[in-house]
Design a protein around this ligand. Structure first.
Ligand code: ADP
Length: 414
């Protein structure tokens, strides 16, 4: 049997992240990231949330920058307070400027960033996203910690992100950093919705003339080179700082300013990008194979000729032994369920260091079948098998490859 090479479950951390948490009631989950700190990522996250709010709908904001939370300050929220909990032990988001917001800053205070180890950071993040009493949301914006390390990856693996936005400054045109970020999101099938150039041209408040203090156009050039959309540029503007410091971000404070209009234009562009991305079409699922409860959709409308060969846009139980996957590029592959069980690449089935198989096919019953099939982020599913096995993750990239190498997984045009 071909290797499934589920690289992610070996290379990147905790098994807990294997179980994607679905977020019912949240339409789009958007991560705002940056290669490094200080580029204005949190300022963008807050103003973007307010710009989306300006166009209507319910918007949530998570200050996922657990180690340096700055959103409470920008929204003018009190710090050092206990998070309020509901009777069923969920966090109650704070209502502020029409947004629903949660932040570690509400617990730790802006000036005392929590000293937390990586796994704890991931744990808090999951709590701040999944264990919150959100009302129905059109957008949930996550202000990620800077960088592209394990925390960001765990998050991308744990939640069905609709896409990521990368903030950069004109002088921070380190393609290396941006590429690393893009690749990280790509390995877990999180679409890059675009790059935002922050602190771009400085507009003189007196004469209105633009000056490129830190040069300009780096973000746009970067997007072209990396083949991702450019969402827009935000000027370098002292009022962005003063309004942020005063707890009334510029989109609220000066909605007609050049800077506020730039955020509004970016929000419009972002909405357009989301509508064009089919991977947001398939909602998270936990599918009971026997009864068919929770069966995911078969989103044929998401198929595009230029679509990704490893983005799944549909699943079906073809017969009791066969699972079909519809790929965004319009192909379908059918997999025998026992073949999938045998192809499990988890640490119990394959020796991690040597890659030697540990699972003896003779010990796998011919009638082994899934009990449940559950989505893992946008990039994989996990299976709870009738023989009690449940630790493997089937990454879509690996499944596509597996299908192309085995007789049952032949690619068929739909
Ligand atoms: P990050 O989240 O990337 O660490 P912040 O959003 O905290 O960055 O912003 C860092 C500083 O830069 C803040 O003082 C903020 O007010 C300022 N800033 C952000 N965007 C702009 C801008 N377009 N023009 C001027 N100052 C900005």
């Amino acid at each position: 049997m071909a290797t499934t090479g589920t690289k992610q479950d070996h290379d990147h951390g905790p098994k807990a992240s294997a179980h994607a948490e679905s977020l019912p009631g949240i339409r789009y989950l958007i991560a705002v990231g940056s290669g490094k700190g200080g580029v204005g990522k949190s300022t963008v996250a807050v103003n973007l949330a307010l710009a989306l709010k300006h166009f209507g709908g319910n918007i949530g904001l998570v200050d996922a920058d657990v180690l340096g939370p700055s959103i409470p300050g920008m929204l003018g929220l009190p710090t050092g307070e206990q998070l309020r909990m509901t009777s069923d032990n969920k966090i109650q988001p704070i209502e502020c400027h029409g947004l629903q917001a949660v932040s570690m800053g509400l617990v730790t205070g802006d000036d005392s960033p929590a000293i937390l180890r990586g796994p704890m950071v991931s744990k808090y993040l999951r709590m701040l996203i999944a264990n919150v009493q959100w009302s129905t949301l059109d957008y949930l914006i996550l202000d990620l910690p800077p960088g592209t390390g394990d925390t960001q990856l765990t998050l991308a693996q744990s939640f069905p992100l609709s896409g990521a936005v990368i903030v950069t400054t004109p002088q921070d045109v380190s393609l290396r950093i941006a590429r690393r970020g893009l690749r990280m999101f790509e390995t877990v099938n999180v679409p890059i919705l675009g790059i935002i150039e922050n602190m771009s041209t400085f507009t003189c408040p007196h004469c209105g003339k633009g000056t490129d203090v830190f040069s300009h156009g780096g973000g746009e050039r970067m997007s072209r080179e990396l083949g991702v959309p450019f969402l827009g540029a935000i000027p370098l503007d002292a009022e962005i700082v003063t309004s942020g410091d005063a707890g009334r971000p510029i989109v609220l404070e000066k909605p007609n300013s050049v800077a506020a209009k730039a955020y509004l234009a970016i929000a419009t562009e972002l909405t357009g990008q989301l509508l064009g991305h089919s991977s947001a079409a398939l909602r998270p699922f936990a599918w009971n194979w026997e009864t068919g409860d929770g069966e995911p959709l078969w989103v044929k409308a998401a198929v595009r000729p230029q679509g990704s060969p490893t983005t799944a846009v549909g699943f079906r139980r073809r017969d009791e032994r066969t699972i079909s996957i519809l790929w965004e590029d319009g192909h379908r592959q059918d997999f025998d369920v026992r073949d999938l069980r045998l192809a499990c690449h988890c640490a119990l089935c394959v020796e991690e260091m040597s890659g030697q198989p540990l699972l003896d096919p003779k010990t796998v019953r011919p009638d082994v079948a899934p009990r449940t099939v559950s989505s893992v982020g946008n990039y994989a599913f996990s299976v709870n098998w009738s023989d009690g096995h449940s630790t493997g993750i089937y990454a879509y990239t690996a499944l596509r490859e597996l299908g192309e190498q085995s007789a049952t997984g032949d690619v068929v045009d739909v």
